[in-house]
Design a protein around this ligand. Structure first.
Ligand code: MG
Ligand code: MG
Length: 264
């Protein structure tokens, strides 16, 4: 089993700082998302914002990935490359962002509606976000990795959605991806014990149809096998002796979303 790095309080504070830069970046992205905007434009905006915050994009150059953001539209699950695709009314777009500052990483993802989306896709977004919080609720010190996976899987499957198996959450700290793996499926009582000082990313990737995914010819983009939509929400959290501490935040993003809805 790969080595787990337990973080000190001051290290968790640094991860918190990077995590909030990620959340603020996603908030800027939220303000810019509307029909007519391209992935490349969002990527540029995010890169500039991260640099102005004194941080560096974590994904750019990671194993050769070309973007600051992963931008995955509709049936694309994750790892989409920002490009010339123009967002249109009714699309959903999953935006994944990571930054590093002072040697510590933060990582978060959010799936946005572009304009008005259909009620069934809105439901997919709602359930996927709720499943993330079910996972976080289960991530108490003393529980196990399998408790997180079971909480997410049970909830999601009760809504007849598919939980992606090929991609999972992860530890985070001085590296973007550390041990342990944090699957969005599993069985209570199984896997690594959660202990104070662990910092992990929980990131359910939930498909409206089949759980199966395929990789696109670009070598990065993962897409649902049946072409139905997929959603992705992610928080970086710190394990404590009690309830987990959420280090990233959706608060400002949700504020932007509420204002956007009022305008519609
Ligand atoms: Mg992640
Ligand atoms: Mg991420």
């Amino acid at each position: 089993m790969a080595f787990i790095y337990y973080k000190t309080e001051s290290e968790i504070r640094k991860i918190r700082e990077s995590s909030l830069i990620v959340s603020n970046t996603l908030t800027e992205v939220a303000k810019a998302i509307k029909p007519g905007v391209s992935g490349a434009q969002l990527d540029k905006l995010a890169e500039d914002f991260i640099e102005s915050a004194g941080a560096k994009p974590a994904f750019k150059g990671y194993r050769g990935f070309p973007g600051t953001l992963c931008i995955s539209v509709n049936a694309q699950v994750v790892h989409g490359i920002p490009g010339n695709y123009i967002l249109k009314e009714g699309d959903i777009v999953s935006v994944d962002c990571g930054v590093v500052k002072d040697g510590f990483y933060g990582d978060s993802a959010y799936t946005f509606a572009v304009g008005v989306i259909s009620p069934d896709i809105e439901h997919l977004l709602k359930i996927t976000k709720e499943s993330l919080y079910k996972g976080i609720e289960a991530a108490c010190g003393g529980n196990r990795i399998g408790d997180i996976g079971e909480a997410i899987q049970k909830f999601v499957e009760s809504h007849n959605y598919g939980v992606v198996r090929e991609l999972v959450g992860h530890g985070i700290g001085r590296s973007l991806h550390e041990a342990p793996d944090v699957p969005n499926y599993g069985r209570r009582g199984n896997g690594q014990k959660l202990k104070a000082g662990m910092v992990i990313c929980i990131e359910p990737m939930i498909n409206m149809g089949t759980k199966n995914v395929k990789q696109e010819a670009d070598g990065w983009t993962m897409t649902t096998a049946d072409g139905k939509p997929s959603a992705h929400f992610e928080h970086t959290i710190a394990i404590t002796d009690g309830k987990a501490l959420i280090l990233t935040s959706f608060e400002k993003i949700e504020e932007v979303e509420r204002k956007t809805v009022e305008v519609k």
